[in-house]
Design a protein around this ligand. Structure first.
Ligand code: TXA
Ligand code: MG
Length: 370
């Protein structure tokens, strides 16, 4: 039986477990990670086993400062230094050519390594105390929504790990941005709270977007460069469907107030009707909406469906913060269908919608065509 240990008192204990070859779940600003010694192939094997994760899916290596990167890489691109100076500690993972001391077990057989310095005081102290880089995927069962609270970790990994270092709910709620610096041009492999615009601004050049992000995984010859992005991911047990309108998509969600009101009504009418049908068929149904549209659902589907608000659509970070918790709650409540509104892909919205599309298995319908 592992222990959840809160606060600084857990730091040394966690470091000792890592040094002995054990596994510790740790808090970060994005999601909780499942940590082991990144230089120990056996620890990496244990991580894959605990998560039930395919071992071709590489792990992110966590460090406590920029100086700890040097021994892990065989080349240190100037762009990497710029990004680290600007964004570390913070939600940015950088792919670089790996040094020999990083075992293939940690990188899923790749010659590159993903490195990140998370912004969490406990975890930075824990990494320093361990004196080792920490391999850490998200601390969830493979395929499930990433854990944003220590309780989520316990739910998924109880009995498979030695300890959970608890620092309460995380701030951001979706995983770090991943940028690959091993090719000709910097390429975004996974969107997160640091946007592609943020990266371009610091680097003073265009950052490409891996086509697999937009396609949502492996499709017609598109193979994601981040192996993890090809798997079904972040998925609740319920079948989830996103709902939007043709006009919103066409105008990239930049619409007038009048158009916005019309779209809100179209989307909510569509969802309320789908809820009604499902409830009549005896299904347990959930709705995901935002503060701005809640009233449209409360009036119609209020007592039939479980309506959950993500946050304010004008502030995507308020929504990323809640998404995985909400998906897990629907699982706990045994929801069988989830209908969710689609939101803008702008800024941090790109990360939010990336996770929502994956949760929905890329199923998105137009309200007017239903
Ligand atoms: O916010 C985060 O990044 C969290 C916290 C715990 O740090 N970690 C996380 O790890 O999300 P994980 O393992 O769930 O996702 C890592 C992603 C996977 O999609 C994996 O394929 C990709 O990073 N990745 C890791 N190493 C890579 C490499 N060398 N080349 C390309 N993609 C890589
Ligand atoms: Mg993960």
């Amino acid at each position: 039986m592992e222990t959840i240990v809160k606060g600084m008192e857990g730091v040394q204990q966690a470091a000792d477990i890592i040094k002995r070859g054990g596994l510790v779940a740790f808090p970060t600003e994005t999601v909780y990670g499942l940590g082991g010694n990144a230089l120990d192939p056996e620890a990496s094997r244990k991580i894959y086993e605990a998560k039930g994760r395919p071992s071709d899916n590489p792990l992110i290596v966590h460090v406590s400062c920029i100086e700890e990167v040097e021994p892990l890489v065989s080349a240190f691109p100037e762009d990497a230094k710029k990004l680290m100076d600007s964004f570390w500690p913070g939600p940015l993972t950088i792919i670089m050519p790996k040094a020999d001391i990083v075992p293939m077990e940690t990188t899923g057989g790749l010659n590159t390594v993903a490195i990140r310095c998370p912004e969490n005081k406990l975890t930075l102290s824990f990494i320093k105390a361990a004196g080792l880089p920490i391999a850490g995927p998200s601390a969830n069962t493979s395929g499930k929504p990433s854990p944003t609270e220590a309780e989520h970790v316990l739910h998924d990994l109880n009995g498979h790990i030695d300890m959970i270092l608890d620092d309460g709910p995380v701030g951001i709620g979706v995983e770090s941005t991943i940028v690959d610096l091993t090719g000709e041009v910097p390429t975004l492999l996974r969107p997160g709270a640091i946007t592609v615009e943020d990266l371009s601004e610091v680097l003073g050049k265009t950052v490409e977007i891996d086509p697999a992000i937009v396609a949502g995984g492996v499709k017609e010859g598109i193979h994601p460069k981040a192996p993890g992005m090809k798997y079904r991911h972040y998925a609740p047990n319920a079948k989830m469907v996103l709902v939007t309108t043709g006009l919103l998509k066409e105008k990239d969600y930049e619409v007038s107030e009048e158009e916005r009101n019309l779209a809100d009504r179209q989307v909510s009418d569509c969802i309320n009707e789908l809820v009604k049908k499902d409830v009549e068929a005896g299904l347990k149904v959930g709705v995901i909406c935002c503060e701005e549209t809640l009233a449209y659902y409360e009036k119609v589907s209020g007592d039939k469906a479980d309506i959950k608000v993500l946050g304010h659509r004008s502030e995507p970070l308020s929504m990323t913060h809640e998404l995985f918790r909400v998906l897990r709650e629907f699982d706990d409540d045994k929801a069988e269908r989830i209908y969710a509104e689609s939101y803008s892909d702008r800024g941090v919205g790109f990360a939010l919608m990336n996770r929502m599309r994956k949760a929905a298995g890329m199923t998105e319908i137009l309200a007017e065509e239903k």
